[in-house]
Design a protein around this ligand. Structure first.
Ligand SMILES: NC(=O)c1ccc[n+]([C@@H]2O[C@H](COP(=O)([O-])OP(=O)(O)OC[C@H]3O[C@@H](n4cnc5c(N)ncnc54)[C@H](OP(=O)(O)O)[C@@H]3O)[C@@H](O)[C@H]2O)c1
Length: 329
């Protein structure tokens, strides 16, 4: 028997989450059984711990869209007992049981071996949010971003994606302007390497002007909505924005003028269906380019029983940095 956070749905459609003991026979099908060590809390987890947000297919459900741990048994030749692995995406924790459990059973295709220099705890301190931040930085670099071109904007900076993006960019030698709606996180963001704090209020209003001063050489955007629309008009000529999130809304009330007159690029970032080779590349880059002391500063420790509260908090934008869930604590 082992512990898992189980979300159940009653006859009236109301969901509730609690830590329960279950047996291995309850685990879904898959080639690899993993002894989970750590998981984390992402925005999507908030939805899946709560009412589901249309993401969860069947109940009872075990959320947790990412985890890291040790292979316990494998029917696939790529993995053997004792291998250290990390999983993000593939709709695990949504359509398939996820990482809020001491054991998980998944497809071998979904796993990535932990890169040298990163243990299970560090991998989940990074988690889907940090992995996606790395994908964003890689996409910006692939489109010409270089240190010395001017400040790079990070929106939703005190959140998970934003914190890791800030730390990676600063470590790579970029000047980072961090947008936050929480002034009390200024010291934290500066400790991660931000050189400029931009109050959220300065960017979350629409403007009738399709172009403003050319300010940012790149942007990792976790917010979307009006802020993304506004930022597009402030990008330098030929610069790119990595669109990662929708913490501020899914609509994009923008004009095409920044694309046509300034050659601005809007790059879509998806971590869920990301091909294996790029996953490997991103995890290796995380191990190399994210300073582990900065990662340590982002961590808020948690256990399985803390998850119902943390799920509600992240939906309200109240989680700072990265929550690290020790499923065995
Ligand atoms: N594309 C992908 O594959 C992928 C992967 C992971 C995450 N995401 C998405 O990326 C976003 C960020 O994820 P996360 O894990 O970093 O979440 P998070 O920790 O909750 O961070 C989101 C941050 O956005 C800011 N924010 C929240 N509400 C806002 C609003 N109404 N207007 C402006 N800013 C707001 C807050 O930062 P401040 O307090 O600093 O303002 C908050 O901390 C989410 O939308 C998530 O779904 C996408």
């Amino acid at each position: 028997m082992f512990n898992a956070l189980i979300v159940e749905k009653d006859d009236e459609g109301k969901t509730s989450a609690s830590v329960q003991q279950i047996g291995e026979d309850r685990l879904p099908e898959g080639e690899v059984t993993v002894a989970v060590e750590y998981s984390t809390v992402n925005y999507k987890d908030g939805l899946c711990i709560g009412p589901g947000g249309g993401l969860v297919r069947n109940y009872p459900h075990v959320p947790g869209i990412d985890f890291a741990g040790t292979v316990e048994s494998s029917d696939d030749p790529r993995y053997k007992a004792g291998d250290k692995v990390v999983l993000t995406g593939w709709r695990v924790g949504e359509a398939h049981w996820g990482g809020y459990s001491q054991k998980a059973r998944v497809k071998a295709d979904w796993l990535v071996p932990l890169p040298q220099g990163l243990d299970a705890k560090q991998a989940m301190a990074v988690g889907t949010a940090g992995f996606t931040a790395m994908l964003s930085v890689m996409a910006l670099e692939d489109h010409g971003l270089k240190p010395g071109n001017g400040p790079v904007l990070v929106t939703g900076a005190a959140g998970g994606v934003g914190s890791v993006a800030t730390a990676i960019l600063a470590n790579l030698g970029y000047e980072v302007a961090a947008v936050t709606g929480r002034p009390e996180t200024e010291d934290y963001l500066k400790s991660l390497g931000a050189t400029q704090i931009v109050p959220r209020g300065e960017l979350n209003e629409t403007t009738k002007r399709p172009l403003e001063g050319e300010t940012w050489s790149g942007c990792v955007d976790a917010v979307g909505g009006e802020m993304l629309a506004r930022v597009l008009g402030q990008m330098k000529y030929g610069a790119s924005v990595a669109a990662v999130g929708l913490a501020g809304g899914a609509k994009l009330p923008a004009t095409v003028i920044p694309f046509l007159l300034r050659g601005v690029n809007l790059l879509g970032i998806d971590s869920v269906m990301q091909p294996y080779d790029n996953r490997l590349r991103a995890w290796e880059r995380v191990a190399k380019d994210l300073p582990m002391d900065k990662l340590e500063a982002m961590i808020q420790p948690a256990t399985l029983s803390d998850l119902p509260q943390l799920g509600a908090d992240i939906l309200k934008g109240q989680v700072k940095g990265r929550v690290l869930v020790d499923v065995n604590a």
